[in-house]
Write a protein that binds this ligand. Structure first.
Ligand code: EPU
Length: 335
């Protein structure tokens, strides 16, 4: 049903109250195509709304993708291919995979958002990215209204990036994603420090995929706010990558700075550490602020506007640039 002047608050995890001029939630591909055929105004597509900051009312049409369904489509020796509709909740799908003894997604437990939006920014956590189990996705071409298939190579996945966030941004709606998961010989990735510590705490010596998921859930719950209780969009910024020479200059000034080597000449520095070192961690400005356990997460305590949060993000960017001469890039889409 088409609604006018409709609040988008329930559709984004930041919980910001802006209005859509026209809003429709679609449960079938046919209704999605029918809506698009008659639409001539500007279009915004929302899935789980977990990676966007809305700073103003949205003109034109907002379509919420609510396509559902999980289908096992191929069984091989050690792996099973599963095709999932775009509107399935990401964590519910991870839980489904664990219940079916399918491995590969356990490190990505509890990430907010939907399956259809996960490839756009190649979601990742604890040493695993969506691209590791991704086979292909189907996407609706908004010009022709034809369905096209994108292979892993077509998607050009990168750190929190893909073709859907760059070259073809705004030109397609992802309607399904196919994953290849293991049903035997699971390949666990537990080397990420926090996971191995958590498994030790849980007294688990030979972890199963469910144990790894439990560990990830415990870590995320201890650090990251649940959007159901506190509006947020996960990491607000990407972790910046600097050259080795820049890194060495910074390291002599900040010897305890955490860092990861990305390539011979590229070093990634955790933005959370930069923001904490700049003094923002846990800072509250009225009804918005920087989370107390993870400085990379900006939060809406209730009633904040998108502009408030945008302004805070810009204040942080300026401070990080002044102290470290590093420019922080937003990970969240700002509209
Ligand atoms: N750190 C601080 N202070 C903070 C936060 C982090 O000093 O307030 C330091 C930590 O001590 C650690 C390092 O930064 O040495 C890394 O922290 P963490 O393991 O929490 O990961 P992150 O780099 O801050 C990234 C992803 C998260 C993902 C985690 C775990 C990005 C932008 N973020 O965060 O993804 O869950 O790794 O893999 O890459 C998201 O994208 O929304 C998201 C939550």
């Amino acid at each position: 049903m088409i609604q006018h002047n409709s609040s988008l608050k329930p559709y984004t995890t930041f919980g910001i109250d802006v209005k859509a001029e026209t809003f429709v939630s679609v449960k079938t591909l046919e209704s999605l195509i029918a809506v698009l055929k008659t639409n001539s105004s500007q279009l915004l597509v929302v899935g789980g709304g977990s990676n966007m900051l809305l700073t103003k009312d949205i003109e034109g049409l907002v379509v919420h993708i609510d396509l559902k369904g999980i289908e096992i489509c191929e069984k091989n020796k050690n792996t099973t291919k599963v095709k999932v509709a775009a509107g399935e909740n990401w964590h519910d799908f991870v839980v489904w995979s664990l219940q079916h003894n399918l491995g590969g997604l356990e490190n990505l437990s509890l990430i907010p958002g939907n399956v259809g939006t996960a490839p756009i920014q190649n979601i990742g956590a604890y040493g695993v990215e969506l691209k590791d189990t991704f086979v292909e996705c189907e996407a609706l071409n908004l010009q022709s209204l034809d369905i096209e298939t994108f292979s892993k190579a077509d998607c050009k996945f990168d750190y929190r990036n893909s073709i859907f966030k760059s070259e073809v941004k705004g030109q397609y709606i992802i309607i399904s994603v196919t994953f290849e998961l293991t049903h035997s010989e699971h390949k666990l990735k537990t080397s990420y420090g926090a996971i191995s510590e958590e498994l030790k705490k849980m007294n688990v010596k030979s972890p199963t995929i469910k144990d790894v998921s439990k560990a990830v859930i415990a870590i995320r719950q201890s650090k990251l706010p649940d959007p159901k209780h506190l509006g947020n969009s996960g990491s607000f910024f990407k972790n910046p990558v600097v050259s080795r020479s820049k890194f060495e200059a910074l390291q002599s000034q900040f010897p305890n700075m955490p860092h990861y080597s990305v390539s011979e000449n590229e070093i990634k520095i955790p933005a959370g550490w930069l923001i904490e070192t700049a003094g923002f961690k846990g800072k509250r400005f009225g009804n918005y602020g920087v989370h107390k356990n993870q400085a990379l997460v900006l939060v809406n305590y209730g009633g904040a506007t998108g502009k408030d949060i945008l302004q805070l993000s810009q204040t942080i960017q300026k401070a990080i640039s002044a102290i470290f001469e590093i420019s922080l890039e937003a990970e969240v889409n700002i509209l």
